[in-house]
Ligand binder design. Sequence first.
Ligand code: FAD
Length: 426
Amino acid sequence: MRLAKRTSNLFRFGRPDTGPGLDVSAFDSVIYVDETERTAQVQGMVTYERLVDETLRFGLMPLVVPQLKTITIGGAVAGLGIESSSFRNGLPHESVLEMEILTGDGRVVVARPDNEHAELFRAFPNSYGTLGYALRLTIELEPVQPYVRLRHRRFDNAAACFAALDELCSTGRDGDARVDFLDGTVFHGRQMYLTIGTFTDTAPWTSDYTGQEIYYRSPSRRPIDYLTVRDYLWRWDTDWFWCSRAFGAQHPLIRRLWPSRYRRSDVYHRIVGFDRRHRLSARLDKVRGRPPQEAVVQDVEVPVRQGPEFLDFFLGEVGITPLWLCPLRLRDPVPWPLYPLKPDDLYVNFGFWSSVARRPGQAADFHNRLIEARVDALGGHKSLYSTVHYPREEFWELYNGPAYAAVKGEYDPDGRLPDLYDKCVR
Ligand SMILES: Cc1cc2nc3c(=O)[nH]c(=O)nc-3n(C[C@H](O)[C@H](O)[C@H](O)COP(=O)(O)OP(=O)(O)OC[C@H]3O[C@@H](n4cnc5c(N)ncnc54)[C@H](O)[C@@H]3O)c2cc1C
């Protein structure tokens, strides 16, 4: 059984799903925003784009808003998410108060951290729809101000960059300014930026990166910048971070002709899906005599003190640039069983989404395995939204096999939904 919904942000384009589809498309509404309590009742398939539009009307936003507009709340909770508020608010599932879940064995249960379904509540993050589907959630919200002031700080070496990141997260201050948001971009080993976002009530001007200008190029051109809060939240969606480059969407002429309503991540995702399923680029490479490419599309978390070492390894052995940096610290004092980051530790998420030429004799997953091994050696973790290459035993050591087996046995004993390893790896 699989979810039948119109959009996805998974990055596994294998065989098309042939199992029966559970049509959940009707579960896409924001039911209620409670302005006083600062909470929202939402259905599982509501996209963050829709959710943010509703909450901003009340001057509120979810505590963490993943960058891609069609990520749904259910997808971000079952498949994890992260954004520049994660150093103070943790991950999206940490601001969920309650979930109504359709379980694999066909029950509809209300899971809370303090009721008889607490184990399901705790194991749901990183379960990728293999325990059940979230139909309705109650989430916390926080107040916003109308604008975000951005300060892009440049660094020419990794040690200084990660030290500053650590300091900004622990003090929550950048000089006189409060740090409300923090992320970064690495262009190469001597050019990296940390972007500090601070809510403000007024702005001397606002930039617009949904038109001809491109957000990821702005740090070197505009050290101080202002965006409306909505444009800030979707700053990475218009060009799918920088990945729209691959479709020509950043060429001035093509950009002018490309309708602005199609400059969004779900459009690019569909183009890549079509290309992968029909192997168009792979065939073209072969005709042109180019080496075969290995897709390396991943997000990994590494403890901040290991950040320079991981970056050095990555730039030397894999070499994809730019990279996205995003600090995060769990909000909850207790670890989440299926993605056991350590509470109190500051991690840095590295996001890289491209491909690497394979040299003769290299296995098809050579670079991905190299990255998995290094992330583990440094005490990090890897998200499961893209390709995963771990052997079964190693996978279950990293993603807490015993805890998963116990909850799976309780809520899907007949295996009506696939098992997490089968779904994400095989
Ligand atoms: C290039 C790229 C960059 C990314 N960058 C970021 C990023 O910067 N920040 C970030 O937060 N995330 C990022 N993601 C990951 C994304 O958040 C996850 O893939 C997320 O799971 C996608 O959610 P979706 O709603 O699109 O779900 P889908 O893609 O439809 O589904 C994802 C998984 O969750 C399950 N699922 C979906 N809805 C539910 C539900 N209601 N209940 C239970 N299970 C459900 C599905 O069965 C599936 O296994 C990125 C992904 C890509 C491809």
